[in-house]
Write a protein that binds this ligand. Structure first.
Ligand code: FPP
Length: 253
């Protein structure tokens, strides 16, 4: 049987893959453990996915680690997730160095505890020269938060006379998003069999291919990531055009 990795066409890789890591709580329940056990085991999946993506040559990997809505979880789970974040940043620094991965974060980082934010910013600073892949953690992130912020910044420019309303294009808006320096994700993966977008990168995924798998995040391994890429590469991305136009080479919008 051909290795899954060998089935991937390296010339047709997405530049940016976004992931909704879901199913940690259910995985823990299946194993008769507390929810935090699922989150802890999700770290192995983060490492495997990041290494697999970097080795293949994917430039951007964006992981939904904590949503704005996740603040409403029981306080001990929120606390455990934040500690896990700080501990993981420490324990995985080697992985980031070994794989030349730059750490990045998007979201309302001011809502993190000052110590957590400082650890995160420190890791981002330490890896800022790594060039192989940018791994972005979406933390205290939601699309509506991000788009609202972007609108405020644009409104200020208009109010100050630095921008005319009629000059606003979709690029004006994209430039004010937390992802301004990244291409839009071509592929969005969600684990655990849920078919939702959960307020994640809603502007950016306008043309993304969506891949859903029933695998729970703590079980997600390299082979699962490869399967998602193989599936992605079988699809015809049309950007609103016809199949004939795409075949004639009129690819992007
Ligand atoms: C969703 O599963 C997962 C999260 C809210 C947290 C994701 C965090 C990790 C994978 C931990 C490690 C990550 C980093 C970057 C340190 P869920 O709890 O909603 O699962 P459920 O739907 O089964 O309850």
């Amino acid at each position: 049987m051909i290795d899954l990795k060998d089935q991937i066409d390296l010339k047709k890789l997405p530049r940016h893959v976004a992931v909704i890591m879901d199913g940690n709580g259910r995985w823990a329940a299946i194993h008769g453990k507390e929810r935090v056990f699922g989150h802890q085991n999700g770290v192995t999946s983060v490492r495997e996915t990041a290494e697999a993506a970097a080795e293949l040559g994917i430039e951007f990997l964006t992981l939904y680690a904590f949503s704005t809505e996740n603040w409403n979880r029981p306080p001990d789970e929120v606390e455990a997730l934040m500690s896990l974040l700080v501990n993981t940043i420490h324990s995985e620094m080697d992985t980031l160095y070994k794989n030349n991965i730059r750490l990045n974060a998007i979201g309302d980082l001011d809502s993190l505890k000052p110590g957590t934010k400082a650890e995160l910013l420190n890791a981002i600073e330490q890896t800022k020269d790594h060039e192989r892949m940018v791994m972005t953690l979406a933390l205290s992130y939601s699309s509506r938060w991000e788009i609202t912020n972007a609108m405020r910044k644009i409104a200020e420019k208009v109010q100050n006379g630095n921008l005319k309303a009629e000059e606003i294009t979709d690029q004006t808006i994209a430039n004010q998003l937390a992802t301004a320096t990244m291409p839009d994700p071509e592929l969005l993966i969600r684990t655990s069999g849920e078919f939702r977008l959960s307020n994640y990168l809603l502007w950016q995924i306008a043309y993304s291919e969506l891949y859903f798998t029933s695998t729970l995040w703590p079980d997600f391994r390299r082979k699962d990531f490869y399967k998602a890429l193989i599936d992605f590469q079988k699809r015809e991305r049309r950007f609103g055009k016809t199949s004939d136009q795409i075949k004639a080479g009129l690819a992007r919008p």
